[in-house]
Ligand binder design. Structure first.
Ligand code: FAD
Length: 401
């Protein structure tokens, strides 16, 4: 398998580079520099999505007939590489990478026509209402109920960890519509047109990094139309599993991981080692960053195999493998970031981190983001299914061969 750069991709790389060098506004670049989570600063990132959509590049993974680019997997990888090199804010994943592809695969024609163009254009933001206080890894235990009433459902219960629900205008969620049979059998998948239905309340949760990124959502006799259902009533478990494949599996983590390596290397060149010289010259530091970079290179090799058509891309365990390895590397990389920043990074500078806030940071841009990134990324091995559960899935897939 040849993993060398292909000359025929170079013209494409040039075209992408030229656009990404010129299209983003200063505010969008600032949002990229101030990204400290998978969820980049909301307003600037949605504005950037609109610009990308104007070029037809908001959703490279989508089929062409729904607004995708028609790029090959290798072209998509090149795009991700050029994107991450420029430190641009990652587009928010819930819409383009999760609910959009799900509606394309399983939605009705009406749902496709109604939602897909607005998702692409960044006009809607969808929050994900799966988890509940007593239903996380064991999602099938969920109790938030929906009872049919005429053309509507009436929802009661609560959801938790619903990321950016306070910024969303729509929500996709799982509800219990039956308690008969196995607990997986009584679940239904719903698209909610609004997050301000009467009886619905959203309460933000402030995270370790000081930002309210997640929320709790409460439902008290909330009436929603049944036309928002995806799939049949009580068959939402299959729909939810279909979506998880998109949530966990991304074929281009390496470009994103290299972005951390570059940030750390640049910062280390400007800091002094306690043993003399710069930190970048320190052999202990070099070894640690070298080991991390070697692990990122391994991820890159696997991902390049996958995009060049290797069967592993279709292996059931691949999304779980990708999620586990990628999130653990992010945690190791952000841990090194926090240590490189040291005392300079100890103060959480929420005002300076606000895009367009105009407050200058103490220290430099690296010190500004190192600690919040470290703190935020502690959750990476929990969300989208904990890494322990992913390891179970990988083992089950391997042992069933
Ligand atoms: C930052 C963040 C953002 C999130 N965003 C969203 C969102 O937008 N929408 C949404 O619906 N949910 C979201 N979640 C919820 C997330 O999916 C759950 O936290 C996750 O599934 C784990 O569930 P839990 O927190 O209930 O932990 P539990 O399921 O209670 O797990 C506790 C511990 O037990 C372990 N464990 C549980 N079962 C097994 C098993 N079978 N084998 C081995 N170990 C096991 C777990 O790995 C973990 O270490 C988010 C969570 C976080 C932290």
């Amino acid at each position: 398998m040849n993993l060398e750069p292909k000359p025929e991709l170079e013209a494409f790389r040039q075209e992408v580079a030229e656009f990404l060098d010129t299209a983003p506004t200063d505010v969008i670049r600032e949002a990229g520099r101030k990204t400290t989570s998978v969820f980049a600063p909301f307003d600037a990132t949605m504005a950037w999505q609109k610009i990308l959509n104007g070029k037809g590049w908001a959703a490279p993974e989508w089929p062409v007939e729904h607004g995708g680019t028609g790029w090959s997997a290798e072209e998509r990888f090149v795009f991700a590489e050029e994107y991450c090199k420029r430190n641009l804010p990652p587009l928010l994943p819930n819409c383009l990478k999760m609910i959009g592809p799900l509606i394309i695969d399983l939605g009705t024609e009406e749902q496709k026509a109604r939602y897909l163009p607005r998702i692409l254009a960044g006009d809607d933001y969808w929050t994900q209402g799966y988890s509940e206080p007593e239903a996380g890894s064991d999602l099938a235990s969920l109790t938030c109920s929906a009872v049919a009433d005429g053309d509507d459902y009436i929802i009661n219960g609560s959801k938790t960890w619903t990321t950016l629900a306070h910024r969303a205008n729509r929500m996709f969620m799982l509800v219990r519509t039956s308690s008969e049979g196995r607990k997986q059998q009584g679940i239904t998948f719903l698209l909610l047109d609004r997050v301000d239905y009467p009886g619905m309340e959203i309460r933000p949760i402030v995270g370790l990094d000081g930002f309210p990124e997640q929320c709790e959502v409460f439902f008290d006799d909330v009436r929603v139309p049944q036309s928002g259902r995806v799939g049949a009533e009580n068959e939402g478990w299959t729909v939810a599993k279909h979506l998880l494949k998109y949530e966990r599996g991304s074929s281009s983590q390496a470009p994103w991981l290299y972005r951390f390596v570059r940030m750390i290397r640049e910062a280390a060149a400007t800091r002094t080692s306690p043993f003399g010289g710069t930190l970048a010259q320190d052999p202990v530091f070099q070894r640690e960053l070298g080991e991390l970079e070697a692990d990122v290179a391994s991820v890159e090799a696997v991902e390049k195999l996958a995009v060049s058509g290797h069967p592993l891309a279709h292996d059931l365990a691949f999304p779980s493998f990708n999620k586990t390895v990628g999130t653990e590397l992010i945690q190791r990389l952000t841990s090194l970031m926090a240590r490189v920043s040291g005392l300079e990074g100890l103060s959480l500078q929420l005002q300076a981190l606000t895009v367009g806030g105009g407050t200058a940071p103490l220290g430099d841009g690296f010190d500004l983001i190192a600690m919040p990134y470290y703190l935020n990324s502690r959750a990476a091995s929990i969300y989208a299914g904990t890494n322990e559960v992913q390891r179970d899935l990988i083992a089950r897939s391997l042992m069933s061969r």
